[in-house]
Design a protein around this ligand. Sequence first.
Ligand code: SAT
Ligand code: MN
Length: 585
Amino acid sequence: MVTTENATSSVERWVQEIQGITQPDQVVWLHGGAEEYSRLMEQALKDGVFQKLNEETFPNCYLHRSHANDVARAEHLTFICSRTEDQAGPTNNWWDPKEAREKVGGLFKGCMKGRTLYVIPYLMGVEGSSFSQVGVELSDSIYVAISMTIMTRVGDVALKHLETTGTFVKGLHSTGELDPERRYILHFPEDREIWSFGSGYGGNALLGKKCHSLRIASAQARDEGWMAEHMLILGLQRPGAEEITYIAAAFPSACGKTNLAMMKSPLEKLGYKVWTVGDDIAWLRIGEDGRLWAVNPEAGTFGVAPGTSFESNPNAMAMTNHDSLHTNVAVSPSGEPWWEGIGHDAPEGLIDWHGNVWDGKAPAAHPNSRFTCPIATCPSLSPEYNNPQGVPISAILFGGRRAKLAPLVYQTYGWDHGVFVGASMGSEMTAAAAGQVGATRRDPMAMLPFCGYHVGDYLSHWIEVGKRASSPPLVFNVNWFRKGDDGKFLWPGYGDNVRVLKWIAERVEGTADAEETPIGYVPKADALYLDGLNLDPETLKQLLSVNSDAWKAELEGIDTFFAKIGDRLPKALLEEREKLAKRLG
Ligand code: SAT
Ligand code: MN
């Protein structure tokens, strides 16, 4: 057991060391709490980092505009600096840790002259839970200090937790000059350390999120037998059911993860309600009962603004109306945020995300503009969110955008088949992303940019967990994006996805009807509750159809991707591939 003094003094020693290297004008420790938040925000307003939004209609809301070259994660500048290259695997950029430290270490020398160094102790996970982890981020960005205060449990609560664990993840961050030529996001998994230089953007700079909770944590989880996943967690309450059914789901970006996690069910009057546990990250462990138990390590939501409306996500809209940060959205002359797809026309005199009067040509809000809100303000927040044990997961969902291929939902034939489906999952690219429109980008478990070690070993770890868990979740695939010949979506999506969740919960319980197909169990037409939807039988048939020829072509795409993973791909997945080929005939 490490004493308080020891634990905190190890942080202090590190802060002094970094202070010596980066040479800030002053050092400010964050302790957490509302008063500190107000003080930081006052400073940020003075510095021009934030602007106040309309206090009457958007109380305690602020606008931040980032540098135009610094609006998204920089995957090509993100490195896994494991001791050997093969530990990083074929899907990560690798950099020799010694070389990386030399090169990027040089950039940190004196980089905080004239700036304030914020010491941000943070806790990922529930206070008092043995599954939680402490990190300390040292950053020269007040935007980061404020955002971390929303996204994590910041301050004394983290230092207190450190008393019991004694170890913390070290995260060093400087915005540098925001020069894309001098921008690096480095992970040292063996040292549980992160260095980020030259960016102030969320995923690059809020080091508790993707860097710690996924890249570093996934490598640690492999060593310790648990899982750090890019997953939402929700609970489905059903009439007559004694227990809530908890579901974890992984989708690539732009597939509606936040919307599903916070969904407002149109069947609420019938007793079907969705509770939000998390919208982005899940840490999962095998419990004594042999089930997988999940916690959301975060304390806030960092959601994509465009497309969020009272129709697509009323709960998120309610959160963005107060106590929130808005980054790179457009703003009306009266200080109200606006973005494409918000559900009402752009107001007269709209100011775009660059700060200019909008010319109506390019998007007014950046396509990756974001809202940052405390999860405590989520109207559908689960009472179990703060449970130190987490929630027991009954079903895992994978999915993506597949216009023609995948049915609305299917259940896999078991854990290994489920891992195969997750490993080969992909999404067809929309015009918003760089790359060929319509081409399928493979993204195993939606972890492609977030897995901190070799993807083949990662998939083996999944297979292992299934072996060790006596009651692993059932695994499903969903596709809200299937289109008809006219190019129109066949399924309404959003809140109506609760109808699919209902079928999934009934499969878990063993009461819903399904048909065996080559790819898995697909709902029988009358097994889905469709009252009030006006879905004609022909559309439903298309939604649930499995075309063997299309799946044979898919198999080729999967083979190409698996070949890239190489000989560290677990054999179980090759066996699943063979079984699928055989079922397809
Ligand atoms: O871009 S971030 O990693 O900050 C957010 C996300 O993609 O979920
Ligand atoms: Mn994410």
